[in-house]
Design a protein around this ligand. Structure first.
Ligand SMILES: [Zn+2]
Length: 367
């Protein structure tokens, strides 16, 4: 029943605060989980710039400065750029605060009242004095204040990283502020490559892997990085290697952006492969031709139906013939994905000529 008098303004206190994960797979000790989510988003945005370049019919062979400026005018590029800058910035900002909290639980917060000024606090930190008597609010400080407080702290692996990358720390904040406050300032494609590859990725790498007192970078990888179990290529690693070269190879960067993006897209076959035997997979791929439909999003005949196999409970399927209804439809052209927990497209008056897709039965033979 539709309730017309539902309460408004009740969303800011009904959410969950997620700070730890119950999963044994990884722990997020001392690090705010959404920092890692931002890192993933930033990387996806950056990897996507190469696709965006091509979606407007540009290419890296004759990408003149004039064309590069034109690309800056497209909202798809703005989307990638904003995602890249805002999320790398957010990742760094949250880690700065995590490091401050690690030193003192209140140190990421604003000073309370006017009894102690920021300069005095910094002096206290410099001199290693006890700050327990100083009153703080519950609200966290601005990015620059966090950086200054880190600089005032005694030496640590985290501070060493911040000192080493102080230019990158400063630059990303300027770009982010220009973007948020001015809303119209964009680095062109190749300058963005240069900035991210030369300055930001080496900083990110050090923040994750060189702050041993705070967190174990190897463990965190499970949380933010793509899964490259089925390839020997690690695009981030490759791009970071490029950062040390004198001349930026934008084509090589583009190559690894494309690989990185694909790895983040979690290919459907990988899930199957992990759970079932090679033979079965071959069968599933063999029958694809018969379960190929016209995609009603892009109109190409590349909407593949997949058997409704329960992936969450791994088991081996016995030899012989098996019948499965369709559990999902995936278009390899436009990337459209639909699952059988929603109604048939025909029930929405869509794609009537293809009939009911969830009723399609797959015959799978396991030898
Ligand atoms: Zn499609």
């Amino acid at each position: 029943v539709l309730q017309l008098s539902h309460p408004v303004k009740r969303y800011s206190n009904v959410g969950y605060t997620i700070k730890v994960f119950p999963d044994d797979y990884y722990s997020c000790e001392n690090i705010t989980p959404s920092a890692l989510t931002s890192l993933t988003l930033a990387l996806k945005g950056f990897f996507n710039t190469y696709n965006t370049l091509h979606s407007f019919n540009y290419n890296l062979n004759n990408f003149t400065e004039a064309k590069e400026k034109q690309l800056c005018e497209f909202s798809d590029y703005h989307e990638n750029y904003m995602q890249t800058i805002i999320h790398f910035h957010h990742f760094i900002e949250l880690l700065l605060k995590d490091a401050l909290r690690f030193y003192n639980e209140n140190l990421a917060n604003k000073l309370h009242g006017s009894t102690v000024k920021e300069t005095e606090l910094l002096k206290y930190l410099h001199e290693g004095k006890d700050i327990d008597a100083i009153k703080f609010t519950k609200r966290t400080v601005a990015y620059n204040t966090s950086v200054n407080r880190i600089f005032a702290l005694p030496r640590s692996s985290f501070k060493d990283v911040i000192v080493k990358h102080r230019d990158a720390i400063k630059e990303i904040n300027m770009l982010r502020n220009k973007l948020l406050h001015q809303g119209s300032y964009f680095l062109p494609y190749r300058k963005l490559d240069e900035f991210i590859v030369r300055m930001i990725l080496p900083l990110v790498q050090d923040l994750l892997f060189k702050c041993e007192d705070l967190w174990d970078g190897k463990e965190l990888v499970e949380y933010w990085r793509y899964d490259n179990d089925y390839t020997d290529i690690d695009p981030i690693e490759e791009i970071i290697n490029i950062s040390e070269e004198k001349i930026m190879d934008h084509k090589a960067i583009a190559f690894y952006k494309a690989v990185g993006l694909a790895l983040y897209q979690k290919p459907v076959g990988n899930l199957l492969r992990r759970i079932y035997e090679e033979d079965l997979i071959r069968q599933i791929y063999d029958i694809q031709n018969k379960s190929k439909k016209t995609c009603f999003v892009c109109r190409y005949d590349t909407l593949f139906l997949y058997p409704d196999i329960n992936y969450s409970s791994p088991h081996k399927i016995n030899k012989g013939e098996h019948y499965f209804k369709s559990g999902k439809a995936i278009c390899t052209t436009c990337g459209f994905r639909l699952y059988n927990d929603v109604s048939e497209p025909v029930d929405y008056g869509i794609n009537e000529e293809e009939g009911r897709i969830w009723d399609y039965t797959h015959l799978i033979e396991v030898y």
